[in-house]
Design a protein around this ligand. Structure first.
Ligand SMILES: NC(=O)c1ccc[n+]([C@@H]2O[C@H](COP(=O)([O-])OP(=O)(O)OC[C@H]3O[C@@H](n4cnc5c(N)ncnc54)[C@H](OP(=O)(O)O)[C@@H]3O)[C@@H](O)[C@H]2O)c1
Length: 256
């Protein structure tokens, strides 16, 4: 059976950059994004230019039924998943009291329930194709408790903790679990505009998704547990480990 790398949220941003990186490595791909996302165009481009097999599914992964449907359709195609990259995610930036509850309930589904369920659905594929692997896309927001990113940061902290535990459980099966925690990236138009307003070290920490994807794929291939793309982000992590809590709280509260 042919083996594939499954990437969710592959139509744009970081997911698209990861798909390109894997295509360059001549890896067969299963790509997923929401309907009418341009995913089919990307899929044809990758097939034509890299001579790899690409399966594309436009499906809303926010429900359990749709995740199960995706699994069934992949099996119907006779594909077996060796690597899973849980990248699809919903971002947010705003005061909790102003957030729409339907938005954050959906966000919790897409950022937490969906990656968890997809890993469960494909666990036999990972075992059959070992050495195999799972990469969960978290965020630097999982380490810093930022105002305006309460629900988002909480979902990403879940992924970090879940992945670290799962890594220990799946190691005996030769299934490697990694987590990537990117800092700011120029992905959506909104983020590109926001990032341009930054200055100093914050601005220099911003990466293009292509740069972050190259570092991520390289370190995931080496089996690294927690991947932090970018030198400045590593500096932030170092400062986080040495600064007293009171100072960190004052600095992060400024984000309000
Ligand atoms: N950008 C950053 O600064 C940053 C920083 C740290 C971590 N991250 C994480 O990196 C990941 C990618 O971020 P990004 O900035 O590249 O995001 P993005 O440009 O908004 O892309 C999100 C991707 O997820 C897909 N998606 C969203 N909801 C979905 C659903 N219900 N079902 C199926 N697919 C869905 C989108 O499909 P459509 O194109 O069809 O909408 C799109 O392909 C996320 O997990 C994010 O939390 C991003």
């Amino acid at each position: 059976m042919k083996t594939y790398t499954l990437i969710t949220g592959a139509s744009r941003g970081f997911g698209k950059a990861l798909a390109l990186e894997y295509a360059k490595k001549q890896t067969n791909l299963v790509l997923v994004a929401l309907p009418n996302s341009g995913l089919l165009l990307l899929s044809n481009f990758l097939k034509d230019n890299f001579k790899i097999d690409v399966l594309a599914f436009e499906i809303d992964l926010s429900s359990k039924e749709n995740c199960i449907q995706l699994y069934s359709e992949i099996k119907r195609e006779g594909a077996s998943v060796k690597y899973l990259i849980n990248n699809a995610g919903m971002l947010s930036n705003g005061l909790f009291e102003n957030m729409d509850e339907d938005y954050f309930l959906n966000q919790i589904n897409v950022n937490v329930s969906t990656p968890t369920l997809l890993i469960k659905l494909f666990i036999d594929d990972f075992k059959a194709n070992a050495p195999s692997g799972i990469l969960n896309v978290s965020s630097m927001a999982s380490f810093f408790h930022l105002p305006k990113k309460q629900v988002y940061g909480g979902t990403k902290a879940y992924l970090l903790s879940f992945s670290k535990s799962l890594r220990k459980e799946l190691k005996p099966y030769n299934i490697s679990v990694s987590i990537v925690c990117p800092g700011g990236m120029n992905t959506t138009t909104n983020l590109c505009l926001q990032n341009r307003t930054l200055s100093g070290i914050s601005r220099s920490s911003i990466l293009n998704p292509e740069e972050a994807a190259k570092i991520t794929v390289d370190q995931f291939t080496k089996g690294k547990e927690v991947i932090i793309p970018g030198k400045m982000n590593k500096v932030f992590m170092f400062l986080n480990s040495i600064l007293p809590t009171g100072i960190k709280n004052r600095l992060t509260s400024n984000a309000i």
